[in-house]
Write a protein that binds this ligand. Sequence first.
Ligand code: AMP
Length: 544
Amino acid sequence: MLGLMQDWPLLCHRILDHAAVQHGGRRIFTRSVEGPIVETNYRKVRKRALKVAQRLARDGLRHGDRVATLAWNTARHLEAWYGIMGCGAVYHTINPRLFADQIVYIVNHAEDRVMLADTTFVPLLEELAPKLPSIERYVLLTDGAQLPKTSLKGAIAYEDWIGEVDGDFVWHALDENAAAGMCYTSGTTGNPKGVIYSHRSNVLHALTSSSSDMLGLSPREVVMPVVPMFHANGWSLPFTAPLAGASLVFPGSKMDGASIHELLDRFRVTCTAGVPTVWSMLLNHLEQTGGKLPYLKQMVVGGSACPRAMTQTFQDRYGVEVIHAWGMTEMSPLGSMCIPKPEVAALKGEAKLDLQTKQGRPPFLVEMKITDDAGRELPWDGKTFGRLKVRGPAVARAYFKGEGGEILDPDGFFDTGDVATIDEYGYMRITDRAKDVIKSGGEWISSIDLENLAIGHPAVAEAAVIGVAHPKWDERPLLIIVLKSGQRASKSDILGFMEGKIAKWWIPDDVVFVDKIPHTATGKIQKTTLRECFRDYRLPTAAE
Ligand code: AMP
């Protein structure tokens, strides 16, 4: 017997319809790429998204065709996503920080037909265009008056492009399992792989992500997505904010501390989300200027481990609750957030921080387990590390064009490539990427734990730990440090600071001071490059 409820496919544009009807006037601010702050709302975004859909359909885009976006977080980018999905096409976000060759690879691999791009990227695209044969036309996200002179094929200003249609369009009827968007993994080894979100997975993911023990969004919140829409599905904020009717503030291309602080303050942002690098720029700015954060209630930090010292400073000095989040492109992307259950709600001070350094617990629709290399499940005791595996309706089951082959285990779990512990209450803590963990004498040392500890030293701006070959122990940790400008610290200062806070055998064998640590296009420490640089490094303990 079947249920007798309505067949109402979970389509992304229904989120925008809801926002336009229920929260039509909710304000959306953007620091435009052209400079000035501009304002719109959900009603207007929907109207313009309909024009995008109509224009793409008129230009011959068919269901499943890919439309690339190379763009900052702006209201135009938001309406473009919805317009692309609303005619059955697929948004494909491109991270401008990728190497040129990787951009060429992913555009060709995705066979993108149209490129919507901010004017910032015109010089880059002019250089790459001869290698992007599938792109039929470049639409630049600006108006006719500000359209730069360019050789790009069919270049047109977005405002003129949508100005040629009237918006009298009905969203296409689609299967909820149809592709809605795609995003390539950052691929530290091998070529990036395409993850394809469906309408259904995006809607289900937005429903759970906006709920109270996740982002906790509502029409009373003002949300600033600092995490770019080209990172891991924009952490779903382009879906969760309109679903909840929250007001939005888009930072455009300016992510420095002063620009972010100005928007947080001026628009009374209550909730923001981004990677630790951005928040450390904000902290530096606040420390230099004596700025405050009177309106901000919560800051979601993920993408890399949030250093304990950062959580403590934002909470104690600025009164902002830091929420540690974990996820990945393959998970749409949110997999867990660290919000207390009653069992741990009374924790205070250092014990609360201990909990907050964990990446948290998964919402409904994400199941987790940790296993050993043979796939055997490991205990949830908060100590045993294992490979972290996940499953759920918004978790990838394959990559585009079958790259990477079969990616699920026999029970349908996807191996995240992360190593983690899970405690008795279900709180997960990432101890490493499987390939970054340091294997010393058959035991594992967590590079992330060492980095988090080192960054707590007041003179340290950034820390990275890699395993370096050791004749006796196989690998031993090497700590690489960037000091804060104007600060000094020696190797023994740093190691002395770490002593007593971790097992003795975890203490790094050496410390090197550098001016800069390399980062990937998504802001993570590029350990492959560091390992390459220090491949022949001889640890002082190697001779012992
Ligand atoms: P991406 O697909 O680019 O978002 O990268 C996903 C990977 O980023 C995860 O598999 C983790 O290795 C890492 N990651 C994301 N969030 C965190 C976090 N809060 N702490 C530590 N690592 C994280």
